[in-house]
Design a protein around this ligand. Sequence first.
Ligand code: 13P
Length: 215
Amino acid sequence: MTADELDKRQAIIDACLRMNALGINQGTSGNISVRHQDGLLLTPTSVPCEAMTPDQIVFMAMDGSHSPGQRPSSEWRFHRDILKSRDDVNAVVHAHPTYSTTLAIMGMEIPPVHYMIAAAGGDSIRCAPYATFGTVELSEHAVRALEGRLACLLDHHGMIAIGKTLDKAMWLAVEVETLARQYHGCLQIGQPPLLSSAEIERVRQRMAGYGMSDE
Ligand code: 13P
């Protein structure tokens, strides 16, 4: 294994641990992938982050094949399909954070309640329709909900954030959960007033190069 590959494997584990520390992961539910050579490096299924070792990270080719004996995340399909269909993206983060998942259970998207929604690429964070975890159908729904966007919710399931780098995808995952929490808070008071699509577009332009934004 090259030093570059080992670094990527360790960075995936570190990001997993960070999701735990931030309270974004629920149990072993989160999974992460990073583009590597002509495939992807992906977290193993059902291994707690604290117990994950670099050799357990699975290298998967774009046809879904991997070394026998390795156990890729049950969500490998949408990780593979997102990386395959989006050459602007090199990292995929999936988790079941409480506020994002609460909205997803209600089948709600996140509307433009705050200008930071522009960091996810548009004036809403869509909610992909429900399909059983690990299925082709779920992957198709996720890829569609992410069209032109860098994040989506998954009905009755959780959220996905993607980015040019793992750091950017992680930053966005935290931001999406913050937006979900803010929207949830607003809904306790009433229907929040929304920013216009034109304003979100203006923010998107201004954000170019700002912080961890992918724009
Ligand atoms: P793993 O298979 O990666 O442990 O994750 C389960 C899960 O998050 C299903 O959505």
